[in-house]
Design a protein around this ligand. Structure first.
Ligand code: SF4
Length: 369
């Protein structure tokens, strides 16, 4: 244990954890609802006509030569969604053809969790990573929730287990536990409440106490500690995408371009946040660009975010130091189509864990904004 400042305590030395790969589902949804025939996937005049309005949205970020590959999938997925009464939730880090052309709801984890809670669809396909699909399942226990690739994990979620949280509770009896949504259902089940990067400070302060355990992202925890009087007991988990950015690379970008606006995600290391003109969640960054319309901006977060914000802000120039999330990028149009045809992979959570994890998520969703 290292004590860094009166208002911040960091636990656990860095130990690499193996990503936990969830088991394939038993195929209950496919047996109940049936498998559909795989649609024909060819580029022709009809597909071009049917998808022209969607290509308009992404033409700034997808070259015309690539569209004939995407368009047959886009058309087939949109038709299958209607047949299956399904919706697709796409995180801001999904590629532009998913985010703009097949998604029904887009946003950060909190926005997607809220949409998941409201949907009337029978099937939810998660364009995102496994913990997000688990969150959708927690809020929609009677719906079929599908993740198109089981290996769409997350380095943060893999950094902590339910057993770790139980040990922390023994060590700090009575101290509330706040878990970032980037955690497994098992970790959520051991927590009092969840948070996202857009509501972390509000959630920490909602207890009205002077100490809170905040898991598992060290850098987000430091950022929260800098924005509240509550003492933060943190865990040394990191996002492998955001931790690669450095303050030095941002200073270099700014040297050649004094007017450049730097927007950073709070999962980035502190030296990166020191260089930033604005720090916030992906939805906060998006809103900032929409309202301020800067001439040139760099979004210090996952690479696809700039493409997606670009489509909504054609007059803003985006400088792109590109760090891709290998887990988010496992979700592709062909895999989404497979999900809708074969109803795989179905997300399943042990009911006893789900009931406790749901409480933590619902407590967050109920907080006013
Ligand atoms: S960007 Fe980071 S936090 Fe988000 S899914 Fe990828 S590894 Fe996890």
């Amino acid at each position: 244990m290292t004590s860094l400042a009166p208002q911040f305590e960091l636990l656990r030395p860095p130990v690499a954890r193996q990503a936990i790969v969830p088991r394939p589902s038993k195929g209950a949804a496919a047996r109940r609802l049936g498998v559909l025939p795989m649609p024909k996937l060819e580029w022709n005049a009809e597909v071009e006509r049917a998808t022209a309005h969607l290509y308009e949205k992404v033409k700034q970020v997808i070259p015309p030569v690539e569209w004939p590959f995407f368009a047959p999938y886009v058309k087939a997925i949109n038709e299958l969604k209607k047949k299956r009464n399904a919706v697709i939730l796409a995180h801001n880090y999904q590629t532009p053809e998913i985010y703009n052309c097949v998604a029904d709801f887009v946003g950060d984890s909190l926005q997607l969790a809220r949409e998941a809670a409201k949907t009337k669809a029978d099937i939810i396909v998660q364009g995102g990573v496994h913990f997000m699909a688990e969150t959708s399942k927690l809020l929609n226990p009677d719906k079929v929730v599908l993740i198109p690739d089981l290996l769409a994990g997350c380095s943060l979620a893999a950094s902590i287990t339910g057993e770790d949280v139980r040990l922390l509770r023994e060590r700090f009896p009575g101290v509330p536990v706040v878990s970032y949504v980037n955690t497994s259902a098992e970790v959520k089940a051991e927590s009092d409440i969840c948070c996202t990067s857009s509501n972390a400070v509000q959630v920490v302060e909602s207890f009205g106490v002077d100490r809170v355990i905040f898991l598992p992202d060290e850098y987000l925890a430091r950022w929260v500690a800098n924005n509240t009087k509550v003492k933060i007991i943190a865990w040394k988990g990191h996002c492998e995408v955001h931790e690669r950015f450095t303050g030095a690379e941002l200073r270099k970008l700014r040297e050649g371009d004094a007017g450049l606006q730097i927007l950073a995600h709070p999962e980035c290391p502190p030296d990166v946040l020191e260089e930033a003109d604005f720090t916030g969640s992906t939805s906060a960054m998006s809103n900032w660009v929409r309202t301020k319309q800067p001439k040139r901006v760099v979004l210090v977060t996952e690479c696809s975010m700039a493409d997606n914000v670009q489509t909504e802000n054609p007059n803003v120039e985006f400088v792109r130091p590109c760090n891709l999330c290998p887990y988010m990028k496992r979700i592709t149009l062909p895999k989404i189509l497979d999900s809708l045809v074969y109803l795989r992979e179905e997300v399943e959570i042990d009911p006893a864990i789900a009931a406790r994890a749901r409480r933590a998520v619902e407590r967050m969703v109920r907080l006013k904004h």
